[in-house]
Design a protein around this ligand. Structure first.
Ligand SMILES: Cc1ncc(COP(=O)(O)O)c(C=O)c1O
Length: 455
């Protein structure tokens, strides 16, 4: 791997190379498969195999040992697990009050601006842009635009060369999990409670996930330090689902832990743009870009259906992660170009500026409704994001959610976010307000209170 073949170079067909070298075709097929698995080649069905952009991105030439089967986005078990984790409301029909913390206000999606960006892209993109993408990291223009945007909005220290566009953040987590496992990493710590889809995908990538508790200051870094984890996935700006922000001394301690252990920190910044009481805390990644991978997503800023996410990575990981991310086909090119145009024209900023006061008002209306209708509920977390958690002592969460469902409310219990629920856990509900109009807050909480009383 001396870089004699440039990224994108087309390799001969296995048949032609086998004939040229007087080898059986099987040997050549095997060698191509091996180099593809190791990240040196990119293979796509029906297209020529090409040299990957590994060195261009500064990835290290490390031999891969002990390879597990990589997690695939097309794996039916993963698909089923993700569907389960995002499971729909029990009733099937549209709930009267949707308190699930899964989406922003879909009715507020900036359709006009998005259509205008798509039109611009269709008018201006060269024909070559419609071909099979040759750059596994994603569209150049989007990576450059995102790097600049994240630098100014979230304090992320990166550039286009270190960014990889992924199929949502979950696509990025799966790709990073697979890349780490190929490097011989075995154990990754995750927040407990936390986002179950990430946990599942890391497990499917062959990593053991080690749950670490969170409290009102975010991830318990002392508890992390007594594990033998070699990496950690954390949401420092707004823990999911408790809503805690990682306390400043814990940020420092987490980075010190990573340095001491030579460990990698994966930073989940799923909703960092939404902070209502002050300016958002900058990304942890900005403090140590060599050790922290920044992960972002369009799902909360725009809409989950876009399936667009991004990762800002240390140089040595870019090539491998890009190849894993591209292996499932990569993110759709026209949507990548449209997102770049949307950001470039300031439409994303405009959309977020418009939505922040809306979500803030929804949050405040719900908080007021809880103090009036269900004062026993203790709200956790900071004024941020699109959801909060309410703790309710000794709540039978399953019964409460079913009863709420009967009353037209879609809501999830805290237990479904835990790695291993136990009877001693604190109990409560997650309250998402992305989709709940302010005017419905009081009625929704009154119904919820009735459901809780009956559970
Ligand atoms: C904690 C957390 N991280 C990440 C994501 C985003 O995942 P994706 O970009 O794949 O939709 C979500 C979305 O629900 C989330 O709740």
């Amino acid at each position: 791997m001396r870089g004699r073949l440039h990224a994108g170079t087309r390799l001969p067909s296995t048949r032609a190379l086998a004939a040229e070298l007087s080898l059986s075709r099987g040997v050549v097929v095997e060698a191509y498969a091996q180099l593809t698995a190791e990240g040196y080649l990119v293979a796509r069905q029906g297209a020529p195999t090409r040299v990957a952009a590994v060195n261009a991105a500064g990835a290290q030439d490390r031999p891969a040992t002990d390879r597990p089967a990589p997690a695939g986005a097309n794996d039916p078990e993963v698909a089923a697990a993700v569907a389960h984790a995002r499971r729909s409301w029990v009733g099937g029909a549209t709930p009267a009050f949707d308190l699930r913390p899964w989406a922003p206000d879909l009715a507020a999606f900036p359709r006009r601006a998005w259509a205008s960006s798509l039109r611009t892209v269709l008018r201006d993109a060269p024909d070559a842009a419609l071909g099979n993408p040759t750059e596994p990291r994603g569209a150049d223009v989007l990576r450059a635009t995102l790097a600049a945007y994240l630098g100014r909005s979230r304090g992320v220290a990166t550039d286009a060369g270190h960014m990889v566009v992924t199929g949502g953040m979950t696509g990025g987590v799966a790709a990073i999990g697979a890349a780490l496992r190929l490097r011989g990493v075995r154990r990754i710590a995750v927040e407990d409670p936390g986002f179950s889809v990430h946990r599942l995908l890391l497990g499917r990538a062959g990593l053991e996930t080690i749950p670490v508790p969170v409290d009102e200051d975010g991830l318990d870094v002392d508890a992390l330090a007594v594990t033998d984890a070699e990496a950690v996935l954390v949401a420092p700006a707004h823990q999911y689902p408790t809503g805690a922000v990682l306390a400043p001394e814990r940020r420092t301690a987490l980075l010190a832990w990573a340095r001491e252990r030579d460990a990698l920190v994966l930073e989940d910044d799923y909703d960092g743009e939404y902070r209502y009481d002050r300016e958002p805390v900058g990304a942890l990644q900005g403090l140590d870009p060599g050790r922290v991978v920044y992960l972002g997503s369009a799902s909360k800023m725009l809409a989950p259906a876009l399936r667009l996410g991004w990762a800002a990575l240390p140089g040595h990981l870019v090539g491998e992660v890009a190849l894993h991310a591209a292996a499932g086909g990569g993110a759709p090119m026209l949507d990548q170009l449209a997102l770049a145009d949307l950001i470039d024209r300031g439409e994303l900023d405009r959309h977020l500026r418009r939505m922040r006061p809306v979500y803030r008002a929804r949050r405040e209306a719900l908080l007021a409704a809880f103090s009036a209708e269900l004062p026993a509920a203790r709200v956790t977390g900071i004024a941020a994001g699109l959801s909060f958690t309410v703790l309710l002592d000794r709540l039978d969460e399953g019964a409460a959610c079913v009863e709420a469902g009967r009353r037209g409310i879609a809501v999830w219990g805290l237990g479904s976010f835990r790695a291993a629920p136990s009877p001693d856990d604190e109990t409560g509900l997650i309250i998402g307000y992305g989709a709940l109009p302010q005017s419905a807050a009081r009625r929704a909480v009154a119904e919820l209170a009735a459901a809780v009383a009956q559970a």
